[in-house]
Ligand binder design. Structure first.
Ligand code: TA6
Length: 282
């Protein structure tokens, strides 16, 4: 590893620390290959990590960018969001240069995963920082001899100053599944989505780029090969029921998740799929 990439600890858990000379920094937990913190060059941390998150090496960490695989939410027989965010991943590659630092982590099928999900797979998460960008790519390979299907998401928790004051631009005209209204299929008519209640929506045929605009800053969110985007905020009541979130935590976060949900990804033996989400701090 270079001096730009080193092992560190956060709340007793092993994390990979990426840095670039321009001041960008990211922390990635080996548990779940989860970006927990990302500070763009010259900026402040732009990811929400709950101060009540559990770091016991098994529980999913509340915040950052949980990797949802091989199942999104309750769309199947596995625990919510699948097992990937509850497993230790292995660092397989790190590279750094004057304006970037990148790390790749890997999770392969083993007895524990096969017992839950009887498919041979290899998953890789690549995380790159530099300047005002955070680039994340999930790659899944079918290493078995039978096809399988999965759903997935990069469950990104953006840190925001006040969730009621932001607007999410780029969703107008999209069809969405409203998970707060028993999965009703609706159409987005607003120019800028405001958050003033619990929102749990899966937008379909999402555009490549969305903008989360706050009063004093913005975040560009670019996704490739993820056909859906999930917008989630638990609001007051659901937040109060989350033991790993402070009661007012919902005011400081917004999830914008690049996702493949409505149409599960089907992989033939030996085939590979990738999905990418990039954040550009403005
Ligand atoms: O973000 C979409 C969602 O499926 C919501 O329904 C909510 O459950 C959220 O994920 C958080 O899930 P978690 O299992 O991390 O509490």
């Amino acid at each position: 590893m270079t001096d730009q990439i080193e092992m560190a600890e956060l709340h007793g858990q092993p994390v990979l620390k990426l840095q670039t000379p321009d001041g960008a920094v990211a922390l990635i937990s080996l548990h779940g290959a989860q970006v927990l913190s990302w500070t763009p060059a010259g900026g402040e941390d732009r990811l929400y990590l709950s101060p009540q998150a559990v770091f016991d090496g098994d529980t999913a960490i509340r915040g950052g960018v949980p990797v949802c695989f091989p199942q999104f939410a309750g769309n199947g027989p596995l625990r919510a969001h699948g097992f990937a965010r509850n497993r230790a991943w292995t660092v397989t590659n790190t590279r750094a240069g004057k304006d970037y630092a990148v790390a790749t982590l890997r999770l392969e099928a083993d007895a524990a995963t096969l017992a839950q999900w009887p498919h041979a797979f290899a998953a890789e998460m690549s995380v790159s920082i530099g300047g005002g960008r955070l680039d994340m790519e999930l790659e899944v390979t079918n290493t078995g001899d039978a096809p399988f299907r999965f759903t997935a998401a990069l469950h990104t928790y953006l840190k925001v100053r006040e969730v009621e004051a932001l607007r999410i631009e780029g969703l107008r005209g999209l069809e969405f599944t409203d998970c707060v209204a028993s999965g009703a299929l609706k159409k987005e008519t607003g120019v800028g989505l405001a958050i003033d209640d619990e929102v749990d929506r899966i937008y379909h045929k999402a555009p490549h780029t969305l903008l989360v605009r706050e009063e004093h800053r913005a975040m560009g969110i670019h996704a490739e090969n993820f056909p859906d985007v999930v917008i989630w905020n638990p609001w007051v009541d659901k937040c109060a029921r989350l033991a790993d979130m402070p009661a007012d935590g919902f005011r400081r976060m917004l999830c914008v998740e690049a996702a493949a949900v409505r149409e599960p990804v089907e992989l033939a033996p030996g085939a590979e799929w990738w999905g990418r989400q990039s954040l550009v701090a403005m």
